[in-house]
Design a protein around this ligand. Structure first.
Ligand code: PRP
Ligand code: URA
Length: 206
């Protein structure tokens, strides 16, 4: 299912990121802040288990998270979403999928993968600011499903309708969370209006 997280703070910060004159420092800071705000919504339905704790006053029947959370950024640009979410979920583990998109074919190519154990028991958040053709997201989800992951959420900032459709068709069990659904892809596979090349803007390359 697609969740578009319409929130004035998220939209305002994303607007600053979209501006072409926004530099690396402000781009990264806004991304960090949006990641935290999105995490709050993405985690709304996380499973909890009942526990009893002793407060300084009395026993308290309450709840705590029942599953481990694993953050899986798609390198490089997905790294930009890790810190903001990790601030809210400091116990989260982090795995990595390295993919780059061939600029001509737009096909994703894997160059790195490293995960914590027990993806099968965790809630796995796949992170990438841009969902364009959907090829990278589908490939990353394929990779972690082969490692046993079943509970998977895809967290992106900006998506094209084409990419959402591709992921929904390939992985109908994966919930997709985005901050904005843009118009379309251009002939180079860039999201329109989008925000340009997220990796380059985060890391100052180009
Ligand atoms: C970008 C982006 C996504 C991918 C999206 O990465 O961060 O991973 O493109 O495009 P898709 O939906 O068409 O697959 P890129 O390949 O440019 O690598 P980078 O993150 O290292 O810059
Ligand atoms: N990757 C990006 O970084 N931006 C786009 O618009 C599409 C893919």
């Amino acid at each position: 299912m697609l969740h578009v997280l319409n929130h004035p703070l998220i939209t305002h910060k994303l607007t600053q990121m979209r501006r072409k004159e926004t530099g690396t420092k402000d781009f990264k800071q806004n991304l960090d802040e949006i990641a935290g705000l999105m995490a709050y919504e993405v985690c709304r339905d996380l499973p909890v288990k009942p526990v009893t704790v002793e407060t300084p006053v009395a026993a308290c029947k309450t709840f705590e998270l029942s599953n481990e959370i694993v953050l899986i950024p798609i390198l490089r640009a997905g790294l930009g979403l890790v810190n903001g979410i990790n601030d809210l979920i400091p116990t989260a583990k982090v795995g990595f999928v390295g993919l780059y998109r061939n600029e001509e074919t737009l096909e994703p190519h894997e160059y790195f993968a490293k995960f914590p154990s027990n993806l099968d028991k965790a809630v796995n958040l796949v992170l990438d600011p841009m969902l364009a053709t959907g090829g990278s997201a589908v490939a990353a989800i394929d990779i972690i499903k082969k490692k046993g992951a079943t509970n998977i959420k895809l967290v992106c900032l900006v998506a094209a309708p084409e990419g959402v459709k591709v992921v929904e068709e390939a992985h109908p069990d994966v919930d997709i969370y985005i901050a904005a659904l843009d118009s379309h892809l251009n002939e180079k596979g860039y999201i329109v209006p989008g925000l340009g090349d997220a990796g380059d803007r985060i890391f100052g390359t180009k």
